[in-house]
Design a protein around this ligand. Structure first.
Ligand code: ARG
Length: 463
């Protein structure tokens, strides 16, 4: 047992208590942030004269050595330490001797862990953002290639009106774009440095908090020391953003599962991204999409878990807050893998264009266009809706599409129909005429694609 706080105790900690209390097995992933934070702290201590330059250099060299040894696998982070902070400090003292004992001057593990988590989440926000950008690039490519791939658009999972694949995928492009904005927005609120808050009430040392904040790339120091050590809003916000990402991935996965079904056959998944059955030789299952959909639940669980952990905590730090870590770490790992695999799956997926187009034709998706045709020739919309509905009924009875009715059959319902009805309700016309901004018509979709291109170029430059 290596603890930082033996002084006021007369008995050893019970082994089970020690293990229950320790966080090293999961907070070891914060080693880089912990060392980076300590380096900034030490530089600041030297700047304000609490440490000499020599002491500062010694400590910095020691910390760099620990970082290198951990990264090269020469130093293992083991359960013999209580947490990552104890690990770094104990190793520093072992490495450089007495001077190492000065590292923790003007600091508490409470502001230290708050800093480590902020640094870690800030790094991860960027990583998630980068993965979303890769996904967006793939979606943009699919959109460019499928401006005129017709397919049915659905409401209530019933064929509704014809759209294009570019338009359908474009909906997800918007979702993941918003997800990126959410991540950026979180960074704006969380990017303040809690170091210097001490245990809860600041310190009596003349710390230069602005300097530490600057060294670590924060906008500045946090403004209230009690809030600094007890705020986990940014973890909750990040989890919430991850939940929304997963919700989007899950909806898309659900569609891919449907599109990949024997009944739909809109898409074919690449062999590398599908799995077989141990008993049914014919099977090619969309397990990746199903797992992405399934794993959404555990990411939601992490958010709900932390919200619940935090809800009854009095100010300031409470050990309950150590529970912020495992949930968010698991959520990050899950989302990282999910976005990566999902991107690969979508990138390699083949679209059965003809099947999609035939499906649009065979679902009365142009029934609204029949009504619109009549409206354009002076029939009130409500009457036109009724006429089109009766035509659909006629088609259902004869098991055919609206396009297959003869002109005479059209005219039985309304004398307004003329031979140009066929052109007016062809799938191609139905889509091309939808030219309001945001609709699937090719002219407006081209504008959107152009905007997407600019968006991706700028995102790439800022990455
Ligand atoms: N392992 C602790 C955590 O993750 C570090 C802070 C410990 N502070 C304390 N007063 N025991 O929250």
């Amino acid at each position: 047992m290596a603890q930082l706080w033996g002084g006021r105790f007369t008995k050893e900690t019970d082994q089970m208590v020690y293990e229950f209390n320790a966080s090293i097995l999961f907070d070891k992933r914060l080693y880089k942030q912990d060392i980076k934070g300590s380096m900034a702290h030490v530089k600041m201590l030297a700047k304000v004269g609490i440490l000499t330059e020599k002491e500062c250099d010694e400590i910095l060299n020691g910390l760099v050595g620990i970082l290198q040894d951990v990264e090269q696998g020469n130093l293992k982070i083991t359960a013999e330490y209580e947490d990552i902070h104890s690990f770094v400090e104990a190793n520093l003292i072992e490495r450089i001797g007495e001077t190492g004992k000065k590292l923790h001057t003007g600091r508490s593990r409470n502001d230290q862990v708050a800093l480590d988590m902020r640094l870690y989440i800030r790094d991860e926000l960027k990583r998630t953002d980068g993965l979303l950008l890769e996904l967006l690039k793939v979606l943009a490519r699919i959109m460019e290639e499928n401006l005129d791939t017709l397919m049915p658009g659905f409401t209530h999972l019933q064929k509704a009106q014809p759209v294009t694949l570019a338009h359908h995928v474009g909906a997800y492009f918007e979702m993941f774009k918003r997800d990126r904005l959410r991540l950026e927005d979180i960074c704006r609120r969380m990017n303040y440095c809690p170091l210097g808050a001490g245990a809860l009430a600041g310190t009596t040392y003349p710390l230069d908090r602005e300097y530490t904040a600057e060294l670590l790339g924060f906008y500045g120091p946090t403004k209230n020391s009690m809030d600094s050590v007890s705020d986990r809003d940014y973890v909750i916000e990040y989890l919430s953003a991850l939940c929304t990402v997963m919700m989007h991935l899950s909806r898309f996965s659900e569609e891919i599962i449907i599109w990949n079904s024997n009944e739909y056959r809109f898409v074919e998944l690449d062999d590398a991204y599908s799995t077989g059955s141990s008993i049914m030789p014919q099977k090619k299952n969309p397990d990746i999409a199903e797992l992405v959909r399934g794993k959404t639940g555990r990411v939601y669980g992490a958010l709900m878990g932390l919200l619940t952990t935090m809800k009854g905590l009095p100010l300031a730090y409470n050990k309950d807050m150590q529970e912020d870590k495992e949930g968010v770490f698991d959520a990050i790992d899950t989302v990282t893998t999910c976005i990566t695999l999902f991107t690969g799956m979508v990138d390699t997926m083949k679209f059965n264009r003809q099947v999609m187009e035939d499906s649009a034709k065979n679902g009365f998706t142009n029934a609204t266009d029949v009504a619109d045709y009549l409206v354009n020739r002076g029939v009130p919309f409500r009457d036109a809706h009724g006429i089109s509905g009766r035509l659909v009924l006629k088609c259902i009875a004869q098991d055919k599409a609206l396009d297959d009715l003869s002109l005479a059959e059209f005219q039985e319902e309304s004398a307004v129909f003329e031979a140009d009805i066929y052109e007016a309700i062809s799938m191609k016309t139905c889509v091309e005429k939808r030219l309001t901004l945001g609709a699937p018509g090719e002219t407006v979709m081209r504008q959107v694609l152009e905007e997407n291109r600019t968006y991706l170029e700028e995102a790439e430059e800022n990455a």
